[in-house]
Design a protein around this ligand. Structure first.
Ligand SMILES: *Cc1c(COP(=O)(O)O)cnc(C)c1O
Length: 427
């Protein structure tokens, strides 16, 4: 698989380089030069999740990794289902939260971890990442117990929920968590400083494993196929998919699935009031506003990283941006929607509810709708319990971690402290 840097087209890399580097010059994103096209979609859809996903990823990666290698990476990464649940006659929920850390980020993180281990061939690697919640947990569990890979996760002390903290700061072993006396931006700043330090970077084999890594998007393509495989041919005919979006990786993966042949009529880009993209689609002007804290906090992003990839894909395929559905949902409407859904028999959480709301409003008579449920409701128990006057049962994974001891170390938001800590770990 060859990829080019969207910001500097002459920079071209292999899949292996793209996975290890994350991004290219000027922080440019990598994008595949050629996309495969599957002609016999029916045959592909009739396969089981792991075999089908191996076929898709193998076609994308090409001969850089053998078919057998890709199969084993996929088998290790995708050990949990992505089921559809019927919510209305013409609407299904695609539940992407049955993995170990209960969010869709498990799919991408686990495939990235498997790929990175394969590609680093036993060399020492230190993964450094900053998190405000879900990503940290998914990355920690994906790399847990991998030989020769250390993971260091920075997060703002006291600014994530205790449940979230327990999920990834209790593993120990090769997972090192740092509670930083500062905010998320401070954490992200120190990650950037570490990568800017060339000597540190090479001496400890620093790697980012961040959300723009191409391997994560590629893994996410697979669950769109899995969703369609569970529909009847009648339902597949006029399919609309609503994607709750923050950094727009999930939507990028869906559009890539369509680009390689999956029959999807239309996507809806669903956001909360951090609505840079919906405003852009309405007015043609890219005007990020300050980020606002909302109930669907994993989508509190005003400068979505993956958007340039979407523009690139539309241009390459000759699609018009006006084909994309869009909308922004306030917290007030999110609360209202959660209640309506719950009364109709489906327990959802704020991110899924944002996607459902817009789908329900924009779905036409002859169409069938899917909305993506990106997290388990228990992950947002603190807000959802109050909204629904309910007591959500903790799934086994959360309950297990809830009683474990926090193993994080505390550091001030000063780079020399972090860099010394990194060197110490890599020893
Ligand atoms: C990360 C996340 C999102 C946003 O996904 P993007 O790919 O960044 O658009 C939505 N919901 C949940 C629960 C998340 O963790």
């Amino acid at each position: 698989m060859n990829l080019y840097n969207i910001k500097a087209n002459d920079e071209q890399v292999t899949f292996g380089q793209a996975v290890k580097q994350g991004f290219g010059r000027n922080q440019g994103l990598f994008f595949p030069k050629k996309l495969p096209c599957f002609d016999d979609i029916e045959a592909l859809l009739s396969k089981d999740f792991v075999s089908r996903s191996s076929d898709i990823l193998s076609a994308l990666i090409g001969d850089e990794l053998s078919v057998e290698t890709v199969q084993s990476l996929v088998k290790n990464a995708f050990q949990f289902p992505a089921p559809l649940v019927q919510v209305q006659d013409s609407i299904h929920a695609l539940e992407l939260f049955h993995g170990p850390t209960l969010s869709f980020k498990d799919f991408g993180s686990r495939f990235m971890a498997q790929s990175l281990r394969e590609l680093s061939e036993g060399r020492k690697v230190t993964i450094l990442t900053a998190t405000s919640g879900d990503t940290g947990a998914a990355v920690a569990h994906a790399f847990y117990d991998m030989d020769s890979i250390d993971v260091v996760i920075l997060y703002p002390r006291g600014k994530i929920s205790l449940l979230q903290e327990k999920l990834f700061c209790t593993l120990g072993g090769n997972i090192h968590t740092v509670a930083v006396n500062g905010n998320f931006d401070d954490c992200q700043m120190m990650v950037k400083q570490a990568f800017a330090d060339a000597e540190l970077r090479t001496s400890i084999g620093l790697n980012s494993a961040n959300s723009i890594n191409i391997s994560r998007l590629m893994a996410q393509i697979c669950y769109y196929f899995e969703a369609v495989s569970q529909l009847t041919s009648e339902q597949r005919r006029n399919l609309v998919i609503s994607v709750p979006s923050g950094n727009f990786g999930n939507l990028t993966a869906g559009l890539l699935a369509k680009a390689i042949g999956l029959p999807i009529k239309r996507f809806i880009a669903a956001t909360n009031v951090n609505d840079t993209v919906p405003r852009y689609l309405r007015t043609g002007e890219w005007m990020p506003a300050p980020t606002i804290h909302t109930l669907s906090n994993a989508m509190d992003v005003s400068q979505p990283n993956n958007w340039p990839r979407i523009e690139e894909l539309f241009q390459r395929k000759g699609w018009g941006l006006n084909e994309l559905g869009f909308g922004a949902v306030t917290d007030e409407k999110t609360v209202e929607t959660l209640k309506v859904m719950f009364n109709a028999g489906y327990l959802c959480e704020p991110h899924g509810a944002v996607a459902y709301r817009l789908l329900e409003q924009q779905l036409k008579k002859e169409e069938h709708g899917l909305f993506l449920c990106t997290a388990h409701p228990a992950k947002f128990k603190e807000s959802v319990d109050i909204i629904l006057s309910h007591d959500i049962l903790l799934p086994a994974m959360l309950a297990k971690h809830e009683v474990m001891e926090l193993l994080s170390v505390e550091k001030d938001a000063e780079f020399p402290q972090i860099s010394a800590y990194l060197r110490d770990i890599a020893k």
